[in-house]
Structures are given as structure tokens and as C-alpha cells.
Design a protein. Structure first.
Length: 238
């Protein structure tokens, strides 16, 4: 009994194009040809094709199948590597499902990086946007510190900074900077990793500065400059 290429593909549940491709890359041996010149596939070709399709369905790359044929050791290493990848993928999808559940419960979380699962209703749109930027430029340790800080109740001065109009006068700007200074110092004391965060994001400093400049108005930026000067002055001492 022998089959044509089309019949073989139909029996294996694949396509004529796929069978020809397997021939081209050397995974499936070419069969003998009949007197009429047509290919004559036999049961060994069907079994081989079914085995290839089985491995492909499991997720084994075509490039690894040939190496698996060479030895049992290669086959085991390939399958164990695939199993590890699948495990990591399942864990990632489970994390995604948990995040989706949180977002379905509180839609505002979609505007925040992973890990922010508390009450974020009091965060301004600007602060949410900056947190998204920070999640891409700060290392894991610093982001953990940022999450812990945002888990605590916000100081009224932080909300005032969010609402500060661009035409705020000098007195208001200085007063707000002075109100924020002890808050910032307490945060740094509680999370020491924040003190060298600027060094860690040196390569992506432009992204942070761009975010600040584009998202904050001139008065807010001036308050942040004044705040930074007050913190540096305190660190240097009298």
C-alpha cells in the first residue's frame, strides 16, 4: 500500500505545503517514486509525519526535532527545557489572571504598574503616569520601595501639589516645598534605597525628566526644585 503526497497529508491531518516543507528542511525523508514518477509514501512516512506533528503540537520547535532524533539525551534535554518554559508561561498567565481580577474589581489599576493593588483612587493622573514611567526605569528594589510608600496614606501637601495651578505665587510655592520636605525626608528614611535611585536610572534619566517636564506645570516643577534644594541643604547641614 502506498499513498500520494496529498493522501499522506490528509491522513496525518496536515497540509500538502507542510509535508513539502518538512522534506525541504530534512525532517521527512523523500519516498521512492513509482514508474509513473509520482511519490509513493508508505507507513514509515506516515508514522514519521505523525511523530513530527505530535512534537510540534507539544511546542517543540522544528529546529530541535532533528537533534532529538540523534540521541535519547538530546530528546530528554529538549523536553525538559520545553517543560520549564511551559511552567514559566503558566505562572506568568496565572499572575496575569490575578492582575485582571484586581483590575476588573478596580478599573483604575489598569493605569498603574503591576503590584499596585491597594486603594489608588486618591492618586492623580499625573502621579499614575509617572509611576508607569518609573516601572520601566527603576530597578526592582526601588520599585518595591515606591509601592510601599504608596501603600501609606498620602500627606495633604502631596494632594495640594497635584492641584497646584501653573500661576501659583512664590509664597505658595515655597510654603508647599517646605511642607513637603519633612514628608520626603521621612520617606527616604523609611526606604533608604530611594536615596541612590537617581544613580540607578542614569541611563534612562531622560525618560524621567521628560515625564516630569511634560506632565507637571511650571509651578509644580518649581516646587519640586525647591523641595530638592531643601533636602540637599538638610543633608549638608549648617
Amino acid at each position: 500500500m502506498a499513498w500520494s503526497t496529498r493522501e499522506l497529508a490528509e491522513l496525518a491531518g496536515t497540509t500538502l505545503k507542510t509535508v513539502r516543507y518538512y522534506h525541504r528542511i530534512g525532517l521527512l525523508a523523500e519516498p521512492e517514486r513509482g514508474a509513473n514518477g509520482y511519490k509513493r509514501y508508505r507507513i514509515s512516512h506516515l508514522i514519521r509525519l505523525l511523530r513530527i506533528r505530535r512534537l510540534v503540537e507539544l511546542g517543540v520547535p522544528l529546529s530541535d526535532i532533528e537533534a532529538m532524533d540523534e540521541s535519547e539525551g538530546n530528546a530528554e534535554r529538549t523536553l525538559r527545557a520545553l517543560d520549564a518554559e511551559l511552567k514559566a508561561s503558566i505562572e506568568r498567565q496565572e499572575r496575569m489572571r490575578k492582575e485582571l481580577a484586581l483590575i476588573l474589581d478596580r478599573r483604575s489599576l489598569v493605569d498603574l504598574p503591576p503590584g499596585f493593588d491597594g486603594d489608588v483612587a486618591d492618586l492623580s493622573e499625573v502621579e499614575r503616569s509617572m509611576l508607569m514611567v518609573f516601572s520601566r526605569v527603576l530597578d526592582a528594589e526601588t520599585m518595591d520601595a515606591v509601592r510601599e510608600l504608596h501603600a501609606a496614606p498620602r500627606h495633604p501637601a502631596q494632594a495640594e501639589l497635584d492641584a497646584l495651578p501653573a500661576d501659583a505665587d512664590e509664597v505658595t510655592r515655597q510654603r508647599l516645598a517646605e511642607a513637603l520636605a519633612p514628608v520626603a525626608r521621612d520617606q527616604i528614611e523609611a526606604q533608604p534605597s530611594l536615596t541612590d535611585a537617581r544613580t540607578r536610572v542614569a541611563l534612562t534619566k531622560h525618560a524621567v525628566l521628560s515625564g516630569l517636564i511634560e506632565l507637571y506645570n511650571p509651578a509644580q516643577l518649581d516646587v519640586l526644585r525647591r523641595l530638592n534644594a531643601l533636602i540637599e541643604k538638610k543633608e549638608k547641614g549648617p
